[in-house]
Design a protein around this ligand. Structure first.
Ligand SMILES: Cc1ncc(COP(=O)(O)O)c(C=O)c1O
Length: 403
């Protein structure tokens, strides 16, 4: 038969990152492409013990349906953690989601009609664009620098965006750049959202992965008007395979988002919610996070020292204070997708994510995102060394213009 796809499906396309994640599965390729946590850090033994205990006749309710907002005990635990982090809330303010990704999908469904505008950082998280695209929005990208979204540029963009419906931001250790929004900019962003009466979507999957520097308040904690929808995730602090995250929002917004979740998937898995909750009850997740942070700090240091020592001087990188990524800037004229396809993959079996894919409208081809968390230390160092040497040979051989 001929299936007539809905107009929105025009905006549902395979992404470069999906292809790359596939490439990363080839055991011969050292991929810095994915946003993977290090699987060696998953608390496998603890989780096995928890699942053993949960899967007994006395606990068979963990195999039953549960409410669409998520298990109350898990919401209480998340609320306690958020409150301790300075973002006061209760279980009633929270929805348990299928990762942070589902929060993005639900918010887009809640506020976007075709042709409405989403304000994003430029570049921004590709998964957010993938979640928003089916709602057929336009994008108004805002410049980002070492202090996060540039609020002067935001002011200009807002003045030019009559159909703006929401501001989407990753304020802590942004994906893909690794940069963090400064406190003055956080305050200014909230002021501007108030002036323009806009929803703010604050996406924080990396927030607790801080290696150094000042802990900054969430946008949600600076919001006095209930306009920030705060998204969080267990993916980077427990295990992404759990597919669990949370969404914090006010009154009617939360209610409608819960109904949209009900429509989409009824609820998150009762079993994995119960397992995450048992983990939080029985173990010290902050100690676990401290272990992860120490490992990723070491990996960040290793990655940056290889880049500092081996990459040609014309290739710059960000120095993230946390999270999983650094962002490379090559000399003008270098096309990082072509470089990867023609040189890095065939000659070095190494991959990153070419940067162009993260720009919501159009952007330079001369960036790349490098993940430093997902590989063992020796593979990380060997792979980045190989990448740097190939880039060096390529830039000095063919000059910076390899278009
Ligand atoms: C900025 C950002 N938001 C959300 C997500 C979604 O993660 P998950 O759905 O696993 O919680 C990711 C994953 O990499 C991310 O980088």
């Amino acid at each position: 038969m001929t299936v007539r796809f809905a107009a929105r499906v025009d905006r549902v396309r395979p992404s470069a990152i999906r292809e790359l994640l596939r490439l990363g599965e080839d055991p011969e390729v050292v991929s810095f492409g994915g946003g993977y946590p290090d699987p060696a850090l998953f608390p496998v033994d603890e989780l096995r013990a928890i699942f053993d205990d949960l899967l007994t006749p006395a606990n068979s309710r963990v195999l039953q349906y549960a409410g669409s907002t998520g298990l109350l005990r898990l919401r209480e635990q998340v609320a306690d953690r958020l409150t301790a982090d300075g973002t006061a809330c209760t279980a009633e303010d929270l929805l348990i989601t299928s990762g942070g990704q589902q929060g993005l999908d639900l918010v887009a469904k809640l506020v976007l009609d075709p042709g409405d505008t989403v304000i994003t950082e430029d570049p921004t998280f590709l998964g957010a664009l993938i979640a928003f695209n089916p709602m057929e929005p336009t994008y108004a990208p805002v410049r980002i620098d070492g202090n996060g979204m540039d609020t002067e540029d935001l002011e200009r963009v807002l003045a030019d965006s009559p159909r703006a419906r929401m501001i989407y931001t990753v304020p802590d250790f942004q994906n893909p750049t690794g940069v963090t929004m400064s406190l003055p900019r956080r305050r200014r962003l909230i002021e501007l959202a108030n002036e323009h009466d806009l929803l703010v979507v604050e996406d924080t999957p990396y927030r607790s992965l801080r290696f150094e520097g000042d802990h900054l308040p969430t946008l949600r904690s600076l919001d006095t008007q209930g306009r920030v929808v705060h998204l969080g995730s267990f993916s980077k602090i427990l295990a992404p395979g759990f597919r669990l995250g949370w969404l914090l929002a006010d009154g009617e917004v939360l209610q409608k988002l819960s109904l949209l979740k009900l429509a989409g998937d009824t609820q998150c898995s009762t079993l994995t919610m119960a397992a995450a909750s048992a983990y939080l009850d029985r173990y010290d997740i902050d100690a676990h996070i401290a272990t992860i942070v120490a490992a990723y700090r070491r990996k960040r240091d290793l990655a940056l020292s290889v880049l500092d020592e081996r990459m040609p001087a014309g290739v710059r990188h960000t120095a993230p204070e946390g999270g999983l990524f650094t962002w490379l800037t090559f000399p003008d004229g270098v096309d990082t997708a072509a470089l990867m396809q023609d040189v890095l993959l065939p000659q070095g079996k190494v991959a990153y994510v070419p940067g162009a894919t993260f720009f919501p409208v159009a952007g330079p081809a001369s960036h790349a995102r490098v993940n430093f968390s997902g590989l063992p230390d020796d593979v990380l160092v060997a792979g980045l060394t190989r990448m740097s040497e190939l880039v060096g040979a390529h830039l000095s051989g063919s000059g910076p213009s390899n278009k």
